[in-house]
Design a protein around this ligand. Structure first.
Ligand code: ADP
Ligand code: ZN
Length: 734
């Protein structure tokens, strides 16, 4: 056996060198030496010097970088006392980096998002009865002692709470030596969910669906199922059974949800079913809670995490199932630094570790549907709402034939329906996916339009705040009185509606109704949660909201949904525009009638013959999807072809354009892969940066990553002023 301690005889053994991924945009891991006496293995989370700083890194797999100059080699400063990232997680991170063409260090950093969690949680102070009675006994003290007499340990607050006394009573007893102080492991953040706590009896098709999924779990190994069923059909009930079975098998579960921060009622529902809440993971958590969730997921104390897309990078001890609810939702795509789609990466994570994934949606993405048709995913269909709750009756309002009154946006038909709903003391929801009062302000005298000085976007008036704001960069200024161009006073006009303007119109028509505007700019998560709760409790008659009202909320009194502008998303040059509009509007109208009352949806449109509108009102999505799929296939668009979008941005327009041109010229010649552009991006300017786009288009089996990697390697030297963003499988084309 080799002795690693400095020997008295012979040369000093050379210290070990290991690769460490640091949070840097470098393409490879850096080499560090392991000081004598320090134990590290692949996956260990460490602190290392990097230039003048200390940074967090992970010991990685692969060659130990033996070629580095030993004089330059620096030692690892510290290993954290925390479970190492396991082999599957490391394989996953490498895979994501290679697929998204991102620096591996940036990807690894997503798994290390809670630095203080790498050290064990501090023990908490506890009390145990010492056997010494207090000098003077009071009824309060008696209660405490009755509880503590069995010699078990308690936290101070736990003991006070359980015996119904104040903490000062416990302190008083402690000073007399009645307790000895001991240290207890910190309490778990959430209790262990019980798979058999309160299962619902599944109805016919639900049972079949659940059996099919449980079958997959029993067989073991990787598989993907898509639960496709209208809102309210019991998809959640079905996947709860899959969760229960996975828990029984001793594995952890991850539920990915869009907008988890706002779906408090999901957490409660989970608790009703499993007797405990899941661990929660999203960007609105307090830092301490975040750290606890990270740590307790790694140690296996937390069995189920419900989280936003980044939860995919939590270091589960033994993950055995991922659920992706609302799998079609664009919120699963991250478009910042590492551009990834959490739905797709969830499938990759499951394949690497060999466990099942369940995708869930009332309006599955074209991608997932095609995967089902090709036999790669299993489709599980729930055709009807549970307990025969009827879906809302949907109708189109042709705005050419039923125009609103001058200056308004709501047609007489919609207004009448709102009136009737309010009379019946039920709720109406008006949906418009536009924050603020008006999307554009202009001067009636000279035609000046208010534009962001930093971006190519109009400034949106927010009347509640008295500001005009840029929705790209957040720039804001007080709403002006005079035109900055011609100086004319009080001749500025608001063009088009936002939710605030619709609220104004509603209040004019229904002055006695309780109107509530729900929009992400009108308060933080806490306030929004409260408002959503208030709506569910019937504390508003008319709700006007942006897309955040669409997500999974249950409003028992809501019987009318009005779509103010159903055409809004159709004309933006995005290949998924029709699909997205269909999904969003289905989801919004699905808010109505969830508890069995008769309900309606009215969609205001100027294009009543459009296939999206027809699919929505006919309730027949099949024809619509078939058309979409055929269209994508014809144009070789995803999932029949592949896209990579590259955005070049620079401080000046010519710089950006030149760089993008040169990049294109550096592309290798590939028969199956074509490059479109460079063209100025639809959002040509954001935060003062000029943007050009290239779109790389290949076949389903083309090596897109290899192509783009080569293009970037041959391309013009990167300069500080120039930024190149690569987005594999882009969702956004702006
Ligand atoms: P989805 O996820 O498809 O929108 P849910 O699972 O939320 O549907 O079900 C809709 C409603 O019906 C929920 O309130 C749910 O509790 C109830 N429900 C569905 N299936 C059952 C069942 N088998 N037993 C009792 N309640 C059910
Ligand atoms: Zn701006």
């Amino acid at each position: 056996m080799k002795d690693d301690s400095p020997g008295l005889f012979g040369p000093l053994p050379t210290s070990r060198v290991v690769p460490v991924l640091v949070p840097m945009p470098a393409p490879v891991a850096y080499s560090y030496s392991v000081p004598a006496g320090m134990a590290v293995e692949a996956g260990s989370i460490v602190q290392v010097p990097l230039g003048p700083r200390q940074v967090i890194g992970v010991v990685w797999d692969g060659p130990d970088g033996g070629s580095v100059d030993p004089k330059k080699l620096r030692p690892i400063s510290k290993v954290f006392d925390c479970p190492p990232l396991d082999k599957d997680m490391r394989t996953f991170l490498d895979w994501v980096a290679a697929y998204t063409l991102s620096p591996p260090g940036y990807v690894a950093r997503m798994a290390l998002r809670a630095p203080a969690a790498f050290d064990p949680e501090p023990m908490v102070e506890g009390f145990r009865f010492s056997g010494i009675e207090p000098e003077r006994m009071t009824p309060a003290r008696r209660k405490v002692l009755d509880l503590a007499a069995d010699g078990l340990s308690w936290t101070k607050s736990g003991l006070a709470h359980a015996s119904g006394v104040s903490a000062s009573v416990i302190d008083g007893l402690a000073t007399q030596g009645v307790f000895e102080t001991i240290f207890l492991p910190p309490p778990p953040l959430v209790a262990r969910p019980d798979p058999d706590f309160a299962a619902h009896r599944l109805a016919g098709p639900q049972k079949e669906a659940a059996d099919e999924i449980l079958d997959g779990i029993a067989k073991g190994g990787f598989s993907v199922a898509l639960i496709d069923g209208v809102t309210g059909s019991g998809k959640t009930e079905v996947y709860f059974e899959a969760i229960a079975e996975t828990l029984r098998r001793g594995k952890q579960v991850l539920i990915l949800l869009p907008e988890i921060a706002l779906t408090a009622n999901f957490l409660e529902r989970f608790q009703d079913r499993f007797g405990a809440k899941p661990g929660e993971w999203h960007s609105d958590l307090a830092t301490r809670t975040r750290e606890k969730v990270w740590r307790q997921t790694a140690t296996g104390e937390i069995r189920v995490v419900a989280g936003a897309r980044s939860a995919l990078f939590l270091p589960f001890e033994e993950l055995g199932l991922i659920i992706v609810d609302e799998e079609h939702d664009p919120a699963f795509k991250q478009e910042d630094r590492v551009f990834y789609n959490a739905r797709d990466m969830a499938v990759v994570r499951a394949r690497i570790s060999g466990f099942p994934v369940v995708l869930v949606s009332a309006t599955p993405s074209v991608e997932s549907q095609v995967n089902c048709q090709a036999g790669r995913y299993r489709r599980i269909h729930l055709p009807t709402r549970f307990a025969d709750a009827a879906l809302p009756d949907l109708h189109l309002v042709d705005m050419r034939r039923h125009p609103p009154e001058r200056g308004g946006f709501l047609s007489p038909i919609l207004l009448k329906a709102i009136g009737k709903t309010v009379e019946r003391q039920e709720q109406a929801l008006l949906f418009l996916n536009r924050r603020g009062y008006a999307p554009l302000t202009l001067c009636r005298v000279c035609g000046h339009r208010f534009q962001c000085p930093q971006c190519s976007s109009w400034l949106v008036e927010h009347r509640f705040r008295g500001q005009i704001q840029c929705h790209q960069c957040g720039y804001a200024e007080p709403t002006p009185q005079a035109c900055p161009e011609c100086g004319t006073l009080d001749h500025l006009v608001a063009c088009g509606p936002g939710v605030e303007r619709i609220a104004e119109e509603v209040e004019r028509h229904f002055p006695d109704a309780r109107t509530l505007v729900l929009s992400s700019d009108l308060g933080g998560v806490k306030r929004l949660r409260l408002e959503l709760e208030a709506i569910a409790n019937g504390e508003a008659d008319i709700v006007i909201g942006t897309q955040l009202v669409a997500k999974g909320h249950n409003f028992p009194l809501m019987t009318l949904v009005g779509i103010v502008d159903a055409d809004i998303g159709l004309a933006n040059g995005d290949p998924r525009a029709a699909e997205r509009t269909f999904q969003l509007l289905s989801q919004v109208t699905g808010r109505a009638g969830r508890t069995g009352r008769k309900s309606h949806g009215l969609l205001q449109t100027f294009q009543p013959m459009h296939p999206v509108m027809q699919a929505l009102v006919s309730g027949d999505a099949t024809a619509f999807y078939e058309r979409e799929i055929a269209e994508r296939e014809r144009a070789a668009l995803p999932p029949f072809g592949r896209l990579v979008s590259i955005i070049v941005s620079a401080d000046t327009r010519p710089e950006a354009e030149t760089h993008a041109r040169q990049l294109r010229q550096s592309a290798p010649i590939e028969r199956d892969i074509a490059i479109l552009g460079p063209a100025e991006a639809p959002l040509a300017l954001i935060r003062g940066r000029h943007r050009f786009r290239l779109l790389v288009h290949g076949r389903r089996n083309s090596d897109m990553q290899g192509f783009v990697r080569q293009m970037l390697a041959n391309g013009p030297k990167e300069r500080k002023s120039i930024q190149v963003q690569v987005d594999v499988d882009p969702q956004s084309f702006l």
